[in-house]
Design a binder for this molecule. Structure first.
Ligand SMILES: [Zn+2]
Ligand SMILES: [Zn+2]
Length: 699
């Protein structure tokens, strides 16, 4: 480790603002030092994704003293079986890895023979036994492990040990240093090299970063070259996996940081050597990008396989690094906002401040005082309308409180949700129509519901999933009266950017290429002060049933009105119908609906160029214990269908539909759309020309 890093660590340890970090590190290290588990020969870990209760999805409780008893804290059920014992083994060793790293860090701060002894003895024990660990594991789409059931977990664990080794290596007697290198680092590097993934993937970044770190610690250029160079090496991962604007191709901030943080581990070990990577452009772009996806409540937009609960506070450790290395005011603004030390800014309201207690705060933390310019302010950023054509996300924001995100991204691989042109809408921090991300992979709703087109606010043809394809931003404009954009996707061909770079798991190909062949979708969103207009046009080469889905994070009002809705068994989508509860079909001539949101009321006014069936049902929210109100509109289409909806949000509660949407087809390619609501009126002419739409706002 760079001596400069150790110096900052020691300097910060003496400062008041880092006392929480020091205390946490000390507490972690003291807890870690209590681990007495003896590393043995022939250990065999299993996949920790299996360490969940199959009834309620809760992660089972790991206890050091109970390697053969696995308890669910939700339902209380206790389990004993070999598979779970193997999961326990994996958790134990990954915890030892983290423990060893923390104790090594504290040793760098407060040298104490016992700490050195702890780190050294675990490294030596692993070096004694590593060769006895049999290659095993059949985790789907993941290479095997030795101590663990997959290459990925092996790489995680060795990264922690590598960081710890780097911290203490100068204090090791030469013969012990040589034993750890020859018994652990070197064979593990060889194992990982043999099981590198042949694709561009976050796992590959992690595995190649681990190999690179081992190469540096072994002073072995062959190992380093195996990590960095060639097809699917670390450099190739960065070149072909990071999009031009800095987002990792898997399409959300979570996977972005998953790939990124392993790269940062390598960067930490490489710092100050000739392999130093801080000046690489891609690295800085990876810090910059996520700032643009922060929502006004500080939460990160969930897209694709993103889980809930990721917010700016989750990522502050990395922005400590960014601010130290690059010094940009925007990183400082994010840090101050997350820590609650920024001046109040009504444009961004976080639920609660995050403690400045991370290890990276200790190692990189700088003084966060200073004026924040408007340009750098995170509050200004979350209110900025942004178009990011490379990563395929556009957000329209206005001062009335709307926050609209359209996903026109490229196909993002196995974590994609096949929801091109998906729409997410929030108002005043209230989710109205959002992409809920997903839940734990072991919970049935993950594969059954969230990973499909139909659970998104977009179009499904014949109820099937969209095949992989890249979306496109056609145009975006900010006018004096509002902002609008046009996005598109088509299945006129089967190519997509990532096609030859990734391996798609065979049973994660649920789409129907025949249903979509030749289909084209374009979506136009117009955001004005008091309303959002949403126009979706679908053209098909042969007759198809087009499903347009909107999933409201609220409750339909008048849901019980028997003269409006009737229970139905009609099949919605090709998914298991268990996901649709209280499925009803509209039996009256109604085109306006209102929803009671967590706060406030949402009015939805719809129009379609063809006769439709309209359905409502309760479907899983995230977490899946909650429900959303899904609104599905289907139309049998010969050639073309146009759907229009106008949305209006009112912060007050009340069952009212005060707005009126009128749509007239002036010519085959021109729609006149009028919106009336209380004192606001607007009329648009939408010219659906080939290639590009042209919009006139009349009043
Ligand atoms: Zn349970
Ligand atoms: Zn999704």
């Amino acid at each position: 480790m760079d001596i400069k890093r150790i110096e900052i660590l020691r300097r910060n340890a003496g400062k008041a603002e880092f006392q929480a970090a020091i205390e946490l590190l000390r507490w972690d290290a003291e807890e870690a030092a209590k681990i007495t588990f003896a590393v043995r020969a022939n250990e065999q870990g299993e996949w920790t994704h299996d360490y969940h209760c199959e009834e309620d999805g809760t992660r089972l409780t790991f206890q050091w003293g109970e390697p053969f008893l696995h308890r669910c804290s939700t339902c209380g059920k206790e389990r004993r079986n070999q598979l779970l014992d193997g999961c326990w083994t994996s958790i134990a060793h990954s915890q030892i890895g983290q423990a060893v790293y923390r104790v090594a860090l504290l040793y760098a701060l407060e040298p104490d023979e016992k700490r050195l002894q702890f780190v050294q003895s675990y490294l030596m024990a692993y070096a004694d036994h590593y060769e006895t660990y049999a290659i095993h594991g059949n985790v789907p789409y993941n290479g095997p492990g030795k101590l663990f059931a997959q290459t990925l977990d092996e790489a995680h664990w060795i990264t922690d040990l590598a960081l710890a080794f780097d911290m203490i290596q100068e204090h090791l007697p030469p013969e012990e240093l040589a034993h750890i290198q020859a018994g652990l680092l070197e064979p593990c590097a060889r194992f990982l090299i043999a099981h590198k993934e042949k694709q561009i993937h976050n796992h590959s970044v992690l595995i190649t970063s681990a190999i690179a770190a081992l190469g540096l610690l072994l002073h072995d250029r062959t190992v380093l070259a195996a990590a960095l160079e060639g097809e699917y090496g670390l450099h190739d991962q960065l070149n072909r996996g990071i999009m031009e604007d800095g987002l990792w191709y898997e399409g959300n901030v979570q996977y972005h940081f998953y790939a990124f943080k392993s790269l940062l581990h390598y960067a930490l070990i490489a710092e100050g050597t000739t392999w130093d990577v801080w000046t690489k452009k891609a690295l800085k772009a990876m810090f910059d990008y996520p700032l643009q996806l922060v929502l006004p409540n500080g939460v990160m937009q969930t897209l694709n396989d993103a889980g809930l609960g990721h917010h700016i506070g989750t990522y502050v450790p990395y922005y400590e690094i960014a601010y130290d290395i690059y010094g940009d005011g925007k990183y400082r603004s994010l840090l101050n906002t997350a820590y609650g030390t920024a001046e109040d800014d009504p444009r961004i309201k976080i639920a609660k401040p995050t403690q400045r207690d991370s290890i990276y705060a200790l190692m990189f933390g700088q003084d966060l005082d200073g004026e924040t310019t408007e340009l750098d302010s995170l509050g200004a950023e979350v209110q900025r309308t942004r178009s990011l054509p490379a990563s395929g996300l556009t957000k329209l924001v206005n001062s009335a409180g709307w926050h609209v995100i359209v996903k026109h991204s490229r196909f993002g691989g196995e974590h994609d949700h096949m929801d091109r042109l998906g729409l997410s809408v929030m108002h005043s921090g209230i989710p109205l129509l959002v992409d809920p991300g997903t839940t734990a992979y072991g919970v049935p709703a993950h594969y059954g519901w969230f990973k499909h087109t139909y659970s998104h606010n977009t179009v499904s043809i014949d109820g099937a999933d969209q095949p992989p394809r890249d979306g496109r931003l056609i145009q975006m404009h900010e006018e004096s009266w509002g902002a609008w954009l046009e996005t598109a996707v088509d299945w006129l061909a089967e190519e997509y950017e990532m096609k030859d770079r990734i391996i798609l798991p065979a049973e994660l190909n649920p789409w129907d290429s025949d249903a979509y062949r030749g289909a084209q979708i374009r979506r136009i969103n117009i955001l004005v002060e008091d309303h959002l207009l949403d126009l979706v046009q679908v053209t098909v080469p042969e007759p198809r049933v087009v499903h347009w889905t909107n999933h409201w994070s609220g409750k339909l009002q008048d849901n019980d009105a028997h003269d409006l809705w009737s229970a139905t068994e009609d099949q919605l989508s090709r998914l298991d119908q268990q996901w649709f509860k209280e499925k009803r079909k509209l039996i009256a001539d109604e085109s306006a609906f209102s929803y009671q949101m967590r706060e406030g009321t949402l009015e939805q006014h719809v129009w379609c160029s063809l006769p439709t069936h309209i359905y409502t049902a309760l479907t899983p929210d995230n977490p899946p214990s909650g429900q959303r109100t899904s609104n599905t509109i289907t139309a049998s289409v010969e050639k073309r269908v146009i759907f229009v909806q106008a949305l209006h949000y009112d912060a007050d509660l009340g069952n009212r539909r005060l707005g009126r949407l009128e749509v007239a087809e002036l010519t085959t390619d021109t729609l006149q759309i009028s919106w009336n609501h209380a004192e606001s009126q607007a009329t648009y002419h939408i010219h659906l020309l080939d290639g590009k739409v042209y919009i006139e706002k009349l009043i």
